[in-house]
Write a protein that binds this ligand. Structure first.
Ligand code: ATP
Ligand code: MG
Ligand code: MG
Length: 398
C-alpha cells in the first residue's frame, strides 16, 4: 500500500521550515491518500493535512493541486473573499507530498444527510448558491476547471461566520487550455459533454453546480444515474429534450448512446423521441445493453422520469402557513428558471458563474419573468502553463 501509516501523535514535519504537524485524528480517505486533522503546537491551531499516496501519478497530481491552489489563493483571491479553501503549507515527508489546509467543518453531503435527505429551506439554498458562485467566478477567471464539484467537496467553515462554505479538492482540477483527461467528474455531477466525450470547458463546473443547487433543495441528487446510460436517460426526461445535434456531432461516445436515423422523423413509444426531429436517436435500454454486452436484454423497461418543473414545484412543502406557501412557490419558480440556465445541454448557452450570479434567485430580487443573462464579454484566450515554481525536496531526519 502506498498510503502512509498514521496514528494519533504521529508527527509530520516540513524540514525546510521545521514546522511540525501532530496527527490528532483522520478526516477523510480517498483514492489520492488521506486527510488528517493535525495540531500545530506553536499556534495551538488545528489544520487539515492531505497526505498524498507515495506514487508518481498521485505525486504529480498533488503538485498540480498545489500550483492551482497557490494561483487561486495568492493571485486571484488574496483577501480570502471567494469561498475557496486556503492552502497553508506544502512539503514532502517520507516521499509523501503533504498539503496543509485551513481546518474546515463537515461537507455538504454530511449536512444533507443530517437533515435526513429532506433538503434545505430555499433561503439557505440561495446563500450556499451565492457563495459557490463567488468561488466559481474566480476559478473561471483563472482559466481553471475544478472538474470534481460535488457536495462532498464543499465544506462548511468552522469560523463564527454564519453558514460560510468553501470549495475544496482541486486534486482533479486542470487548466482550460490543458484538458487532458476525458474520464472526469463524479457521475451524478458529470456534464453531458463529458459523458458524450466532447471537448469541454469551464462550463462543466456550471453543470455540476446546477446539480448541487437542485440537490440542496431536494435533499437527493437530481440525476442519480446507476450508469452513464441511466444518467443520460434521466437528463433527457428531466430536461424534456435530448442533447442538440451540434453537441452529438462532436461526441466521441455518441454511438454508445445514439443511433443515426438521418433526418427521418421517427414515431416511437418514447415521448421525447416523438417530439424529436434530431438526426440522432437515443437508444432504448435494450439496445444499449445489447451493444454493451453483445447479447440482447429482454423485458427491461425505462423508468419514467419527471420533468424538472414538476420535480421542483411539486416537492412537498416545508411549511403549512398559507402566506409562506405562496412566497415559497414564487421562489420555487425562480429556482426552476435558475436551474434551467445551469443544467442545459448546450455548454455554450449554459450560464457562466458571473451571468448566474445576477439571477433573481441569487440576488433575492422578485422573480417576474424568465431571466435573460447579460452578454458575456468575449474572452481573449490566454495560453498559460501551470508552473510549479517550487519542487519540494524531501529533507532528512536530524
Ligand atoms: P475525492 O476522492 O473526492 O477526489 P480527495 O480524495 O481528493 O477527494 P479531498 O476531497 O481533498 O480529497 O478530501 C477528502 C475529504 O477530507 C473531504 O471530503 C473532507 O471530508 C475532508 N477534508 C478535506 N479537506 C478538509 C479541510 N480543510 N477541513 C476539514 N476536512 C477536510
Ligand atoms: Mg474530494
Ligand atoms: Mg479529489
Amino acid at each position: 500500500n502506498s498510503d502512509m501509516i498514521l496514528y494519533a501523535n504521529f508527527v509530520l514535519v516540513n524540514f525546510e521550515t521545521r514546522q511540525r504537524y501532530i496527527v490528532h485524528d483522520m478526516l477523510g480517505q480517498g483514492t489520492f491518500g488521506q486527510v488528517a486533522k493535525c495540531w500545530v503546537p506553536e499556534t495551538d491551531h488545528f489544520v487539515a493535512v492531505k497526505i498524498i499516496k507515495n506514487h508518481p501519478a498521485y505525486y504529480q497530481q498533488g503538485l498540480a493541486e498545489v500550483s492551482i491552489l497557490s494561483l487561486l489563493n495568492n493571485k486571484f483571491d488574496p483577501d480570502d473573499k471567494h469561498n475557496i479553501v486556503r492552502m497553508l503549507d506544502y512539503f514532502v515527508f517520507r516521499h509523501h507530498l503533504c498539503i496543509a489546509f485551513e481546518m474546515l467543518g463537515p461537507n455538504l453531503f454530511e449536512l444533507i444527510k443530517s437533515h435526513k435527505y429532506n433538503g434545505f429551506p430555499l433561503n439557505l439554498v440561495q446563500m450556499f448558491s451565492k457563495q459557490i458562485l463567488r468561488a466559481l467566478i474566480v476559478i473561471k477567471d483563472a482559466g481553471i476547471i475544478h472538474c470534481d464539484l460535488k457536495p462532498e467537496n464543499i465544506l462548511v467553515s468552522t469560523s463564527m461566520k454564519a453558514a460560510e462554505i468553501k470549495v475544496i479538492d482541486f486534486g482533479s482540477a486542470c487548466l482550460e487550455q490543458q484538458t487532458i483527461y476525458s474520464y472526469i467528474q463524479s457521475r451524478y455531477y458529470r456534464s453531458p459533454e463529458v459523458l458524450l466525450g466532447c471537448p469541454y470547458t469551464t462550463a462543466i463546473d456550471m453543470w455540476s453546480f446546477g446539480c448541487i443547487v437542485a440537490e440542496l433543495f431536494l435533499g437527493i441528487p437530481l440525476f442519480p444515474g446507476a450508469s452513464e446510460f441511466d444518467i443520460l436517460r434521466r437528463m433527457i426526461d428531466t430536461l424534456g429534450a435530448q442533447p442538440p445535434d451540434d453537441l452529438l456531432r462532436k461526441a466521441n461516445n455518441r454511438s454508445k448512446f445514439f443511433k443515426q436515423v438521418g433526418s427521418i422523423y421517427r414515431m416511437e413509444d418514447d415521448e421525447i423521441c416523438k417530439r424529436s426531429s434530431s438526426t440522432f436517436q437515443f437508444l432504448t435500454e435494450e439496445e444499449y445493453e445489447a451493444r454493451e454486452s453483445k447479447k440482447p436484454v429482454i423485458g427491461k423497461k425505462y423508468y419514467s422520469y419527471v420533468k424538472l418543473e414538476d420535480i421542483v414545484v411539486n416537492y412537498p412543502y416545508k411549511t403549512n402557513l398559507p402566506e409562506e406557501i405562496s412566497k415559497e412557490n414564487r421562489t420555487r419558480l425562480a429556482l426552476v428558471d435558475f436551474l434551467r440556465g445551469l443544467v442545459q445541454f448546450d455548454p455554450e448557452k449554459r450560464w457562466s458563474p458571473l451571468q448566474a450570479s445576477f439571477h433573481p434567485f441569487v440576488t433575492g430580487e422578485p422573480f417576474l419573468c424568465p431571466y435573460r443573462p447579460p452578454q458575456q464579454t468575449p474572452q481573449i484566450p490566454v495560453i498559460r502553463t501551470v508552473a510549479v515554481n517550487h519542487n519540494p525536496v524531501e529533507g532528512h531526519w536530524v
